[in-house]
Write a protein that binds this ligand. Structure first.
Ligand code: UDP
Length: 483
């Protein structure tokens, strides 16, 4: 095969670690699928230390190149209090000229374009360059179903979705309760709703969709994408490739800074599966009142814990663009004496922690998670059961998947986005997951799914095959073009 038959994938990622991390993993996976694949990831210059660090670590791979695009100033284009999805959509629109010239300047021109779903407005650039175009949705299949069906719902449903009493029906899929809809669907008058409906309509306008899930995890929803009478009819039979679970590998000890080494040395001394990890993704924050209840709940449970703490705020996605930044002094936000009383059984980590490595440690036995899809998959692939604590984005939908569909999590009676969850209920949930029998049922289910995910990625597994077939087809198309 000549050098011009190298598949050179250009991938555009939107800001936010929930997208950057799975995009980097997709890049690595594409490279592993065929020795004639190289990948260049285009990411906007980052505002957060954690993003910067993640991008920096990825650049060390020979066939994987990361290009940082200069930041675009959107302050004149969006309201200072604009919602996260509005900012992401406008950023991805404004970055197009810079992205186009970066693609044109590449020493070896791209032969395939992949954008994450906030970047669908860049798909026409692939047509200009005469190359195939794909969308990466690093999410749950059920959320992709809701997204691709949302333009239809937009036409059919009147009034606010959240005011409905009946669930929203999606052909062939589990219905969505009104309160579970993704954030942009909560208020149809907000700019983020029109941006959302636009990119939902644009997602199927590509040659294939990559999805961070696997066949055996969500068989019914995935089958509905292939059925012309169900969602397949809506997305016009664009192939959907379930290629997950794509999560970062657990790092060796030597790769960690000193402060993390202390944390792992502490973990090493704890009994197997005895520690609860509490972390709310790259953006999640709690109110002052909820932080107090969480602290009391952890203390009353008398279980070991590691809690990644951010300053309290009333906005649940407050740290989304700045995760890992700040001076980290949080002692004033806890109930008096909490740190002293829990010293030895609990660790409080300011702002950011090496999540995958913690979840991969044998002493960890439970995870209070905001249910971001990456966090959920990281928990499943490390065999750790969860307490679902959804806050924003599509996390309410993910929480229902994890608790009702997959059976790997418990959740509070009143959801945390509606009301403060009290200390007694937190205490009960923690004990259920770490100590009691109920936890064991969930535990065996999560271990089953861990194995199923490993099998899907192994040679001959469903995700392995989906990606290899897609790469082989792309290589063949390329060779035909070259001839
Ligand atoms: N993460 C981490 N340390 C933290 C918080 C988050 O490494 O203290 C990582 C986490 O492992 C995951 C990503 O950030 O890979 C968050 O993605 P997710 O989809 O779970 O949620 P989002 O941040 O997009 O809401």
């Amino acid at each position: 095969m000549g050098s011009n038959s190298t598949l050179h994938a250009a991938i555009l990622t939107s800001p936010g670690l929930g997208h950057i991390i799975p995009v980097i993993e997709l890049g690595k996976r594409l490279i592993a699928a065929n020795r004639n694949v190289t990948v260049t990831i285009f990411a906007m210059s980052s505002t957060s230390q954690a993003e910067y660090q993640t991008i920096k670590e990825a650049t060390s791979t020979a066939k994987l190149n990361v290009v940082e695009l200069p930041p675009v100033d959107i302050s004149g284009l969006v309201h200072p209090k604009a919602a996260v999805v509005t900012c992401l959509a406008v950023w991805m629109r404004e970055i197009r000229p810079v992205f186009r010239s970066a693609l044109q300047d590449m020493a070896s021109p791209p032969t395939m374009l992949i954008v994450d779903f906030f970047g669908t407005e860049s798909l026409p650039i692939a047509d200009e360059l005469g190359i195939p175009k794909f969308v990466y949705v690093p999410c749950n299949a059920w959320f992709l179903a809701l997204m691709t069906y949302s333009p239809t719902l937009d036409k059919e449903v009147e009034g606010e979705y959240v005011d409905r009493t009946e669930p929203l029906k999606i052909p062939g899929c589990r219905p969505v309760r009104p309160e579970e809809v993704a954030d942009p669907m909560l208020d149809r008058t907000n700019q983020q709703y029109s941006e959302y409906i636009r990119f939902c309509g644009e997602i199927p306008l590509c040659d294939g969709i990559f999805l961070n899930t696997w066949e055996e995890l969500q068989p019914t929803t995935l089958a509905s994408f292939r059925d012309e009478k169900l969602l397949g009819g809506v997305i016009k039979m664009v192939p959907v490739y379930p290629i997950g679970p794509l999560t970062r590998a657990v790092r060796s000890r030597s790769g960690h800074p000193r402060v993390d080494q202390d944390l792992f040395e502490w973990l090493d001394k704890q009994p197997s599966e005895s520690v609860l990890f509490v972390s709310l993704g790259s953006g999640g924050t709690l109110s002052y009142e909820q932080m107090t209840e969480m602290a009391w709940g952890l203390e009353l449970s008398q279980q070991r814990f590691i809690w990644v703490v951010r300053p309290p705020t009333t906005k649940s996605d407050a740290a989304f663009f700045t995760s890992g930044n700040g001076d980290g002094d949080l002692s004033t936000y806890f109930p008096e004496g909490f740190l002293t009383r829990t010293s030895g059984i609990g660790l409080v980590v300011p702002l950011w922690a090496p999540q995958v490595d913690i979840l991969g440690h044998p002493s960890v036995g439970g995870f209070i998670t905001h249910c971001g899809w990456n966090s959920a998959l990281e928990s499943v692939t490390n065999g750790v059961q969860m307490i679902a604590w959804p806050l924003y984005a599509e996390q309410r939908l993910n929480a229902t998947s994890l608790t009702e569909e997959l059976g790997v999590a418990v959740r509070s009676e009143v959801p945390p986005w509606k009301k403060v969850v009290g200390r007694e209920e937190i205490e009960r949930m923690v004990r259920k997951i770490i100590v009691e029998k109920d936890g064991f049922k969930i535990k065996s289910r999560v271990k089953e799914l861990k194995q199923s995910g490993e099998k899907a990625l192994r040679e001959g597994g469903s995700s392995y095959n989906a990606l290899s077939q897609m790469v082989s087809k792309a290589m063949q198309d390329l060779q035909m073009k070259d001839q």
